[in-house]
Design a protein around this ligand. Structure first.
Ligand code: MG
Length: 320
């Protein structure tokens, strides 16, 4: 089992913490807590993959601790194994009803402790893998819309904390239906994969994000980038795609273009509103209507009409 896993061991007796450390130190990274209060703080800070939780502790019982863990969105899904000397069926029943996944009995029987911990870490590993797969788009291999919703919420909070702008770009392949109709769906799929790779290549700063939102639509997130920077970036992407030839099955090169709509905002409230996405999507709509293969940026929100900016063939120079 890899030491990528973090296990939080909660026991009021030092002797037990030491014993479990000796038993498990080669299986995982260990974090120790000697009471319920510490356990809750460390669970939320360190996000362990598994918690071994003593039932009988002086200030707060293990049952009280698991109740609080299950009430918190940040710790609810961390599996908990109870450590107990109590072997009554009632206690086991209470623990399992409260959401524990298993029991380890005291005094410890080393091979059983190790086997139980290993089994549960293996389940954690499988779940992690499934979660990762569920966040990827099958066709292009880049993140999907589900992952986008999660990332947007994270980046929104991060930008709020640091008073940074967050820019969002919606990019859509022009006349995609025509590609499918003319060259067939395999060629359409190739086009989607090529654009996905090009976008993935374009976003390379840590924190930058791209996903396939659905159909032929992609969304990019640029945390910490203001409207000027993001607009220039979007136009680079547009130019890159417009000069990137795609080989078709019959040998004729096919030229794709993208229409892009963007919006930027410095978050001021903790919860993401749909306004940023809707503003970018509205700008995309305008880019399509202005003739495609261009970038339109949403005017700044709240105060004044702002300037709707445009870049692309035949567009006026970008106002600065
Ligand atoms: Mg105890």
């Amino acid at each position: 089992m890899s030491t990528d896993f973090t296990v939080l061991v909660v026991d009021d007796e030092k002797h037990n913490r030491q014993l479990l450390t000796e038993l498990l130190q080669h299986e995982c990274r260990l974090v120790l807590a000697k009471n319920g209060e510490q356990a809750l703080a460390r669970a939320s800070e360190q996000q362990p993959d598994l918690i071994l939780l003593d039932v009988v502790m002086p200030d707060m019982s293990g049952h009280a601790v698991i109740r609080q863990l299950k009430e918190d969105d940040g710790t609810r899904d961390i599996p908990v194994i109870f450590i107990t000397a109590l072997d009554s069926f009632d206690d086991q029943e209470t623990g399992l009803e409260l959401g524990a996944v298993d029991y380890i009995a005291k005094p410890f029987h080393p091979p059983i402790v190790r086997a139980r911990v290993r089994n549960h870490l293996r389940l954690v590993e499988q779940r992690r893998l499934l979660e990762q797969l569920a966040m990827l788009d099958n066709l292009t291999g880049i993140p999907n819309r589900r992952r986008f919703v999660e990332t947007l919420a994270q980046e929104w909070r991060r930008c709020l904390r640091h008073a940074l702008p967050l820019s969002l770009i919606v990019a859509d392949i022009d006349h995609f239906k025509r590609i499918n109709d003319t060259y067939g769906h395999a060629q359409g799929d190739d086009a989607l994969r090529s654009v996905a790779q090009a976008l993935k290549w374009a976003v390379h700063r840590p924190g930058d994000f791209v996903c396939r939102y659905g159909g032929e639509e992609f969304v990019l997130l640029l945390p910490g980038v203001d409207a000027d920077g993001a607009f220039a970036f979007a136009d680079c992407v547009r130019q890159h795609i417009a000069t990137m030839p795609l080989q078709t099955a019959n040998g004729k090169p096919l030229q794709l273009t993208l229409s892009l709509g963007g919006a930027s905002h410095v978050p001021t409230v903790p919860d993401v509103s749909d306004a940023l996405f809707l503003a970018a999507d509205r700008a995309l709509y305008d880019a399509k209507h202005a003739g495609r293969n261009r970038v339109v940026w949403a005017p700044p929100r709240a105060d004044g009409p702002g300037t709707r900016r445009l870049a692309g063939p035949g567009a006026p120079a970008m106002p600065r």
